[in-house]
Design a protein around this ligand. Sequence first.
Ligand code: BGC
Length: 760
Amino acid sequence: METKTHKGTTMNLFLHSLRTNPLTLCIAILSLALLPASAQAGSEPKRPPAPWMNTSLSPDERAALVMKEMTLNEKVSLLHGTGLKGLGPVSPLAVGSNGGAGYVVGIPRLGIPAIQMSDAAYGVRQSGENGRYSTALPNNLASAASWDLDAAYEYGALIARELRAQGYNMSLGGGVNLTREPRNGRTFEYLGEDPVLAGKMVGQVMRGEQAQHVIGDLKHYALNDQESGRNAVNVNIDKRSMRESDLLAFEIGLHESNAGAVMCSYNRVIGDYACENKYLLTDVLKKDWSFKGFVVSDWQGAHSTAKASAAGLDHEEPGEIFYGDAMKKAVESGKVPLAELDEHVHRILRSMFACGVIDDPPEKSVVDIQGGFEVAQKIEEQSIVLLRNERSQLPLDVSKVSSIAVIGAHSDVGMISGAGSAQVDPPGGNAIMLPGKGRPAWRAQIWFPTSPLKAIWAKAPHADVQYDPGTDPVAAAALAKKADVAIVFAYQWESEEADLETLSLPGHQDDLIAQVAAANPHTIVVLETGSPVTMPWAGQVAGILEAWYPGSRGADAVASVLFGDVNPSAKLPITFPSSDADLPHPALVKPPKKSTTDPADQEPWRTIAKGLPAFQITYDEGLKVGYKWYDAEKKEVLFPFGYGLSYTTYTYSNLKVSPGKSVRLSFQLANTGARAGAEIAQVYAVLPASAGEPPKRLVGWSKVKLDRGESKEVTIEIDPWYVSVFNVDQDAWQLLPGDYTFLVGSSSRDLPLKESINLK
Ligand code: BGC
């Protein structure tokens, strides 16, 4: 495993260094004296009545006008950050940072503001150490389970409002790596295993962010599909598979949103680091996809100056090992053409204009905490997947349940969250420590103060609700035996920088659940996981809810589903396999020692910058990602992609498929149960045999609200792109002539409607 120090605010680190190092103090005084007054005071520079402030011009025209006035030093200053402790030298200019992961100095004399970047996967990061507050939304994979594009937009809009309130103008959220390896420690930060679902969802998150005038960023481009050895690994994959799966998620995301930035990843892809990979950055991203924004390196993902620049890397973070002085010298000596440097600068300025961060800079204000709670709860309610409901155990009927045993996973005080650079800090500190006891450390297990026990109590005020921590399965089972219903909370924690060894629940939780289930036939399991988990006890329990990492108001959302105030509608954005042995790669590929940094190394960033020896991962499953793998290999799964139950039932009938520029499907969907609900109706396509594709792929869906007894005709138009294949020889998407079969239903393995047509 790599070593990386917790990334505190550059401002704090700098102040710390001032206290301990008199030389830094002199440099600081000198640098501050050289800074313009506006930058020293930390206020936004006054906008000169400059031609580029004419908002009727295009972002490209405006960027070009500013560039005419810029010196070489000013241009270079936009191409890098100002440093972060543990990841290379920190510049004295970092004093102007707002406390986020990245800070790029502005050019006050030209009215160009600084870029203040913050991580913001499921909420704004580092609010604890900056004395601020952020909402934790349900984690990203959870949000994908809603399949709800409006909710995804709102997800992005809320993050962006909170970014602006905290003084940031660029988000580093937007993780959309496709799940090839579900044990990846960052699976919770991504949007599942299907490129169309993931791409469309991330596109809406980006649209929601950019509409608030924050630069959006998609990451980690590309194939950064596991954390183990991420700075060294070389991914081998064929081009068609890459384009039709992992890269397609990014392509759709960009197509839907015009995100202003893309972060290249740490790993190598077919020999070259992603951040100096000409195929990925120039041939595909900038040329084929016409991406107009800028490419930012992952933090210390840059490894060269001239090679990276020629390949298409526009901006280095967090410091200036390759894109500061080294870049200036490379331009002066002709190793990097001036036109190439100008293109990097142009792209950065263009995104700043296009996303509105120059015309509408953020102003700090108080985050709308209450509003955040409401959005977080609403999204979680749409993201909780009901996986099992034997004998209609759920929803619980308050009038009939007189005693409830709440067991496990610190469910008396909180619910788990995902760690690493995605971590959102909980108000009052970690719920399993004394409130206010310090801010969370890098990669600590953080429990949000949203108590299932209290939320259940609130729903069933007359019931006898008892808690058992689950540390002793025998004691927990004894409590369960006495209760009408036992609810066991179980968790799987994940974090950046490490992968899961297995999809099994950690510790003795499987045993705990089995013992409780044996003691009480009315046992319900609530999972707090960021990835699929295996469930050897699945057949023994009455109910299973997947609540993911549920965010600031998770417990209330879970209680609303348990007691039926909310009828669950979410569907799995990822397959839950029966065992690790069924995965395309049953064992996680681990790096050899030489491809990791030495824990004794005081300055691992130097080793990483030079480049660690590569080790190989070969994604020979190719196009068969997620459900496409299990379908092709004819493997049974625990819960399939697209699966999720409701408290009502739906029937599908009368499919009609009409050809045209885009294929149009219509069918009848009826709510045949006793409650109102929303069904996510899914369409899969089987391509002509000549295409050589996995058995089927998701090509569309519609989330349909239906009252009890209501029936609607649903129409779904299929984007021809989604039924196309990527022709590597022609370097283009191609719709093959032949017979296409469309399958419609409630999950990838429950598709009652089927119709074929011939497309020319
Ligand atoms: C992560 C990125 C993150 C960056 C800045 C890196 O370690 O991979 O996702 O945006 O740090 O914190």
